[in-house]
Design a protein around this ligand. Structure first.
Ligand code: CP
Length: 308
């Protein structure tokens, strides 16, 4: 593996190896001393063209805990503001010999394009509505640690499927790991032909949530809906917001997940989001650091070995 651009096409053994490695970093991240020197002397650059709290911070923490040097490019203060393109910016950074570039971009496919222009490892921190591979890995790790394994679990991904890179990466990884995947959304937010990705599609929450082990909620990505129909918040919450009444259709021990950022009272009721027995939303954030340590160790470490 030279880059981490997508989950689609990832061999099952590779996904499991990454999850196993990440699992090993969970206890490490809880210890008083969190730093290792596995990436000492390596450089990781975070290049985020869209806002982020979880992904950027956890990549930064992960790189620091592995002993790497980390640079966070401040796009607002970079030469992108003077008209430099994403590719030229990446090639400029590449000339400074980083070992890994973590990139978030608003356009689907932009991170792959960029990976073809640089020498270092490229990790996709989310590209448009295409993929968000580390989110799917941290979601799988969260589920695996709670439920033992993913094979045979029924997972519902609910909400704005049409604009969600999280949904796409999760659909691929959950299928690779043997889960049964359902998507639930209003007809306007269900991409035509979504079943071809290996999911069963529903437009009714109670029907779709029947017997589910995992309920994954998604934010309405209004920033990607320009020129499209945007549902009213009140109407959306009534039919698609996760509250305890709708959740009653899922299994009694179903876990509640959300990749964040969360809009309480829109796609999820605040009582459900904070349900201490079933909500694993904070655990997902914790797993994010472990997963990003695993992928950085594999990719930035390998890049360094190749140039040695
Ligand atoms: N889940 C996720 O990608 O969150 P951020 O946008 O805060 O990184």
């Amino acid at each position: 593996m030279r880059h981490l651009l997508a989950i689609e096409g990832m061999p099952r053994e590779q996904a499991i190896a990454l999850l196993d490695k990440a699992d090993g970093y969970v206890e490490h991240s809880r210890a008083a001393t969190k730093k290792t020197d596995r990436l000492a002397g390596r450089t990781v650059v975070n290049l985020f063209f869209e806002s982020s709290t979880r992904t950027r911070t956890s990549f930064e923490l992960a790189a620091q805990r592995l002993g790497a040097d980390v640079i966070n490019m401040e796009v607002a203060w970079s030469s992108i503001k003077k008209g430099e393109t994403l590719i030229d910016t990446a090639m400029t950074l590449n000339a400074m010999h980083p070992d890994a570039l973590v990139v978030r971009a608003p356009d689907s496919g932009a991170v792959k394009l960029l990976s073809e222009k640089v020498n270092c490892a490229v990790l996709n921190g989310g590209d448009g509505a295409h993929e968000h591979p580390t989110q799917a890995l941290l979601d799988a790790l969260t589920i695996r640690r709670r439920k033992g394994e993913l094979r045979g679990l029924r997972v519902a991904i609910c909400g704005d499927i049409a604009h969600s890179r999280v949904a796409r990466s999760n659909i691929h990884l959950l299928n690779i790991l043997g889960a049964e995947v359902r998507v639930i959304a209003p007809p306007t937010l269900l991409p035509p032909g979504i079943e071809s990705l290996g999911v069963e599609a529903f437009t009714d929450m109670r029907e779709g949530l029947q017997g589910c082990d995992i309920v994954m909620m998604l934010r309405l990505q209004t920033e990607r809906m320009q020129g499209h129909y945007i549902p009213s918040i009140r109407e959306y919450f009534r039919f698609y917001g996760l509250d305890h009444a709708k959740l009653a259709s899922a299994k009694p021990d179903a876990l509640i997940m959300h990749p964040g950022p969360m809009n309480r009272g829109v796609e999820i009721d605040t009582v459900v989001a904070d349900d201490i027995d079933r909500s694993v939303i904070r655990e997902q954030v914790e797993m994010g650091v472990a997963v990003r340590m695993a992928v950085l160790e594999v990719l930035a470490g390998r890049a360094a070995e190749e140039t040695a």
